[in-house]
Design a protein around this ligand. Structure first.
Ligand code: GMT
Length: 374
């Protein structure tokens, strides 16, 4: 059978959905699929152009009539153009709004030629954006109009069914990690520069939005510092970054906190950490926790959402309520005092991440879906 030709659209900047879409494309290309990224800029995790990978930039013309350039329409036109010229079988869009809408238009324009749409729901496209009254009916419509829909966790599938009343056919395909890229390879120089007194490193990486619950990150770190030596490393950037900087200054912890901003090669930084702290208000999956586990870093993550689908509390990481600052600080301080115990959990974390959520095993599920759809 001929391998499928797939168009992939995602948000190209930092963010879990873009990471999943890009890594998926890279793996599919290695499996022999022809992969066409149709995005507004080069996806940041597109480390290398290999065979079978193509990038099509969505052009957005400036015109005085437009106060805001209609990106969705430019995207739909680009999708149709690429689908026609490159004979695409499938448009696989990541994040429903507005990508599934553009794909729907492209499919209409292609008729009577066949073009399938797969929409992958990642989280906030359902739990936050999709719920907005101005997007609700559109999100509901697009879920029904797609030829197949996937969600990154059972939690997200249930939420979609509960909120939108659609989705019994949603297939759950979880996030995945490439264990050859995310591995426990510690850059000693970097570790020493971040923790010069060999303090334990607590790392938080996110897009610094409200949902990431950054006040809890600071509060947990403050509590840990009351009794133990530790350092906090913050990776990423976003709307909450300034408030976080102000807060650590205010409580006198600035010298113990490193702000790294956006990091393109997270795999270089993650392994230096001892703990990954992600106390989000909700997290449909929590990809960065899985990537941390693959690097043998102990995850301490919110219990609201899909994290319990890959974290076994106390065995390969810890699940706590987003407001349980005391509980999160407690597991961290306990393991700072028990390095052997921390290492056992870290090793278990890597084993489980690689065995159950390794890229090749999850890739198979996407390939099967493509075959069924075509
Ligand atoms: O909030 C983020 O981290 C970004 C967001 C995105 O769409 O880029 O992440 C969502 O998708 C990731 C990949 O599937 C999931 O691992 C994250 O849990 C999810 N974020 C939330 O649910 C808050």
């Amino acid at each position: 059978m001929r391998m499928p030709r797939i168009g992939i659209t995602c948000y190209p900047d930092q963010g879990g959905s873009g990471v999943v879409a890009t890594e998926l494309g890279l793996h599919l290309a290695r499996h022999g699929c022809e992969v066409h990224f149709i995005t507004s800029s080069l996806p940041f995790r597109l480390r290398a152009y290999g065979d079978n990978i193509f990038f099509h930039k969505v052009e957005m013309p400036e015109y005085p009539v437009f106060k805001n350039s209609p990106y969705t329409l430019s995207l739909a036109t680009a999708m149709q153009d690429v689908a026609l010229k490159c004979k695409l079988d499938i448009l696989h869009v990541h994040y429903a709004i507005p990508h599934a809408a553009a794909a729907f238009l492209a499919r209409e324009m292609m008729k009577p030629r066949d073009l399938k749409i797969i929409t992958t729901l990642h989280g906030t496209d359902i739990t936050l954006v999709g719920k907005e009254p101005s997007f609700f009916p559109m999100t509901q419509f697009l879920i029904k109009a797609s030829d197949a829909v996937t969600a990154v966790s059972n939690f997200l599938k249930s939420e979609t069914e509960r909120v939108f009343g659609v989705g019994e056919n949603i297939k759950v395909i979880p996030n995945f990690v490439d264990p050859r890229i995310f591995k426990p390879a510690v850059d000693k120089e970097l570790k020493e520069s971040l923790a010069p007194d060999q303090e334990k490193i607590i790392l938080h990486a996110s897009n610094f939005r409200e949902v990431k619950n950054l006040p809890a990150v600071i509060n947990v770190f403050e509590k840990v510092c009351q009794t133990h030596k530790a350092r906090l490393v913050l990776v990423g950037d976003g709307p909450e970054a300034k408030a976080v900087q102000a807060r650590v200054q205010e409580i006198g912890l600035r010298p113990l906190v490193s702000f790294l901003g956006q990091v393109d090669q997270l795999e270089k930084v993650l392994p230096v950490a001892d703990f990954l702290l992600l106390p989000s208000l909700h997290e449909s999956f929590g990809l960065v926790a899985l990537e941390a586990m693959a690097c043998s870093v102990v995850p301490v993550i919110t219990n609201v959402g899909g994290a319990s689908e890959f974290i076994n509390d106390g065995l390969n990481g810890f699940l706590r309520a987003p407001d349980d600052v005391q509980g999160m600080a407690q597991v961290i301080t306990r393991l700072i005092d028990d390095e052997n115990g921390r290492q056992m959990i870290a090793e278990e974390a890597r084993r489980d991440a690689v065995m159950d959520f390794g890229a090749s095993c999850v890739m198979r599920q996407y390939l099967e879906l493509y075959e069924t759809i075509i």
